[in-house]
Design a protein around this ligand. Structure first.
Ligand SMILES: C[S@@+](CC[C@H](N)C(=O)[O-])C[C@H]1O[C@@H](n2cnc3c(N)ncnc32)[C@H](O)[C@@H]1O
Length: 258
């Protein structure tokens, strides 16, 4: 792994602390030269506490592989992927403030990671595929979540997808038939039928939460977009591979040609 000159070598702890404060508020808690970026996160030591529950399900050695971290935020997962030896890590986010945090974190740690401002809907413009795609904690922030999954599968994923979503409602996974007659209505009332909860205003004081699936819905959307779910090492995390024999559903013309 190419190690850049680390900013930690030239900045004092006080200077790192001042930069961390100026770049805040942070959603990712990362330790930078002994300075915690989000020590009072409402979820605890986040996302380290989540990562430890599924880190063994992600290949430990990423030497020679390319990684795309969609909605990279302060860069926690991009950094972890680079530490595993990925040849190239690209983190994208549509929020420049978060990207500046991620750039600073990578600089302090001396890691060569590329961060770019970009929306998930613009990914076809990249014209590149990645061995491992991370799509963590973004789906429910999108107004067009299935479109995003279709774009990922058809334009940037080459093999692995590590996916996480907030899930609400039943965790049941009922057997769903291929088809039902028009007059069958009861099946939709099963709490485990694939359901997306639409949030018109706000959830958890966050107006960017739009659609929260139940577990069966998240699984069905992944399959429908063309992924095979290999494992679920954590209650919200799905380890997936591209399903090469899946039927891929055409994207709207303007997006496909992006
Ligand atoms: C809940 S955070 C998840 C951050 C990180 N992936 C994680 O799992 O900890 C959601 C991130 O997605 C980004 N995001 C939301 N909508 C996006 C979009 N359309 N394109 C790219 N990033 C987006 C937000 O700016 C934010 O950084």
């Amino acid at each position: 792994m190419r190690k850049q000159t680390s900013l930690a070598d030239s900045l004092t702890t006080d200077e790192i602390e001042r930069r961390v404060t100026a770049l805040g508020p942070w959603f990712h808690n990362i330790s930078l030269g002994g300075v915690q970026t989000a020590p009072h996160h409402f979820l605890g030591d986040y996302p380290a506490m989540k990562w430890k529950n599924f880190q063994d399900a992600v290949p430990r050695d990423l030497s020679g592989l390319s990684v795309l971290d969609i909605g990279c935020n302060g860069g926690f997962y991009s950094i972890e992927m680079k530490k595993r030896g990925a040849a190239r890590v690209l983190g994208i986010d549509h929020d420049e403030d978060y990207l500046n945090q991620a750039r600073f974190a990578a600089d302090v740690l001396g890691l060569d990671i590329e961060f770019r401002r970009m929306s998930v809907y613009d990914l076809p413009r990249l014209g590149q595929r990645f061995d491992l795609v991370l799509f963590m904690g973004v789906l429910y922030h999108l107004r067009h979540p299935l479109l995003a999954l279709d774009i990922l599968r058809q334009h940037v994923a080459k093999d692995w997808l590590v996916f996480q979503s907030l899930l609400r409602g039943s965790r049941a996974r009922p057997q769903i038939d291929e088809d039902y007659p028009f007059w069958e209505k009861g099946v939709f009332d099963h709490p485990g039928y694939p359901k997306m909860h639409f949030i018109e205003k706000s959830y958890s004081q966050d107006p960017t939460n739009w659609w929260v699936p139940n577990r069966a819905c998240a699984e069905a959307m992944l399959r429908s977009a063309g992924f095979t779910i290999e494992s679920m090492p954590e209650p919200e995390v799905f380890i997936c591979r591209c399903n090469e024999s899946a039927e891929l559903h055409p994207l709207p013309e303007g997006i496909a040609a992006n």
